[in-house]
Design a binder for this molecule. Structure first.
Ligand SMILES: CC(=O)[C@@H](O)[C@H](O)COP(=O)(O)O
Ligand SMILES: NCC(=O)COP(=O)(O)O
Length: 250
């Protein structure tokens, strides 16, 4: 069964807008876990525009589900991850000025660099996942550099879902099959939503984890965080509670 890791970057975006501690990121992370999330994902960026490096240290103290730290492995990121030793690190090739992640690694061109990074994190007992496009050559390259898992970059699927979902998911099914043949674990994320998640999970074999932030936090504005998490869990065939909306507990 596919696990849901909630990306809480957007909670930090709201908090940072006023400079105080509302909403409280740590409390939200704990509530996500209480509401059924099986993991918490954060993506500290060099400008700390949402998740701050201190947030990662604070969250590490309290998160009891899988803690996944995503990011571009610059020196500061590497140092942070090695200090925290999360369950999983996801390496993402973001330019520092990127609005959001917009591509996977070229696992062939950056093979030496990736191999070095993966060895470094694995030596500390951290599971490594690398962000890749749904391209079999990139999946094969990922295997060659020794990663434990890949995370398929799902933005192209999300963008084309409405016009032709069969065509949109096809490259992801191929990439997933190749990953499975090669013994790579499989995660996915970016722009997954209540609209497109269930079909993706049904079609893509042996999907272990999805990390979802932007759409889930937007949905929570309308449905509340508890209901929203349970709605996403139901897309992954987890019941997570009754079919209707649940009243928020305090
Ligand atoms: C790797 C990935 O797809 C997500 O981490 C996404 O980049 C979220 O980051 P932002 O919240 O900064 O857009
Ligand atoms: N790895 C993807 C992620 O954590 C969340 O991406 P998005 O749902 O915010 O697009």
């Amino acid at each position: 069964m596919t696990r849901l890791s909630v990306n809480i970057n957007k909670i930090a975006t709201i908090r940072n807008a006023r400079g105080g501690n509302n909403p409280d990121l740590v409390r939200v992370a704990l509530d996500c876990e209480r509401f059924g999330a099986q993991g918490i994902t954060v993506h500290p960026r060099p400008d700390e525009r949402h998740i701050r490096y201190q947030d990662v240290l604070d969250l590490h103290e309290v998160v009891t589900t899988e803690f996944n730290i995503e990011g571009n492995p610059d020196e500061r990121f590497i140092e942070l991850v090695k200090r925290v030793k999360p369950a999983q690190v996801t390496l993402v090739p973001d330019a520092p000025d990127a609005i959001t992640s917009n591509a996977g690694w070229d696992t062939i061109r950056h093979a030496d660099h990736l191999r070095y990074l993966i060895d470094t994190f694995k030596a500390d007992g951290i599971r490594v996942s690398i962000f890749v496009d749904a391209d079999e050559r990139m999946v094969e390259g990922a295997k060659a550099v020794g990663t434990d898992r890949i995370e398929l970059y799902t933005e192209p699927y999300a963008t084309h879902y409405a016009e032709n979902r069969e065509a949109a998911v096809a490259p992801f099914v191929m990439a997933a099959k190749r990953a499975n043949e090669l013994g790579l674990g499989l995660n996915a994320g970016h722009d997954l939503s209540l609209e497109n998640l269930r079909y993706f999970d049904q079609q893509v074999p042996d999907l272990e984890e999805v990390s979802i932030g932007h759409a889930l936090i937007c949905d929570a504005l309308y449905f509340g965080l508890e209901n929203t998490i349970q709605m996403y869990l139901r897309c992954l065939n987890r019941t997570g509670g009754p079919a209707g909306f649940n009243r928020l507990k305090d």
